[in-house]
Design a protein around this ligand. Structure first.
Ligand code: FES
Ligand code: FES
Length: 161
């Protein structure tokens, strides 16, 4: 066992971990942050996407021990303390960008990372960026629409699905 310290959602945390402990397991099991989901064991589904030092990272693909001193943000850190959703979460709600919700935390975290680099992405750019996030329910249409709306673009011409 070894010790690791990082900042998670603005709070300094320290944990005892094994060398093989993945970030997603540290978040879920040690810190109780179960909003970060595990949907595969092949690093393909994107349900586990969090931000590490501002970049989108699949939390199942990185060891917690590599993140000494890192700034990590999870879906639990996105809404305001009073529960007010952040603008991407709100857009997902407004445009029905989720059904079962399993993929949603990863989708929201990926969407934020996309919008940071590309504030007004086209529909094609959103679909391309989300190739690492799998949704079994929505057919992606409303997810794309929600992200376009979150970026301030007019989605009135995009048909509902
Ligand atoms: Fe990380 Fe599927 S659980 S990509
Ligand atoms: Fe169910 Fe995406 S809403 S997996």
């Amino acid at each position: 066992m070894s010790q690791v310290s990082m900042t998670v959602n603005g709070k300094r945390v320290t944990g005892e971990i094994e060398g093989r402990t993945l970030l997603v397991d540290f978040l879920r099991e040690d810190l109780g942050l179960t909003g970060t989901h595990v949907g595969c064991d092949t690093s393909q589904c994107g349900a586990c996407v969090v931000h590490v030092d501002g970049e989108a990272v699949k939390a199942c693909s990185v060891f917690a021990g590599e993140l000494e001193g890192a700034e990590v943000k999870t879906i639990e850190g996105m809404a305001e303390a009073d529960g007010t959703l952040d603008h991407v979460q709100q857009a997902f709600q407004d445009h029905h960008g989720l059904q079962c919700g399993f993929c949603t935390p990863g989708m929201v975290m990926s969407a934020h990372a996309l919008l940071k680099d590309n504030p007004k992405p086209s529909e094609a750019e959103i679909r391309d960026y989300l190739q690492g996030n799998i949704c079994r329910c929505t057919g992606y249409h409303n997810i794309v629409k929600a992200i376009m709306a979150a970026s301030g673009q007019d989605v009135s011409g995009i048909a509902a699905e």
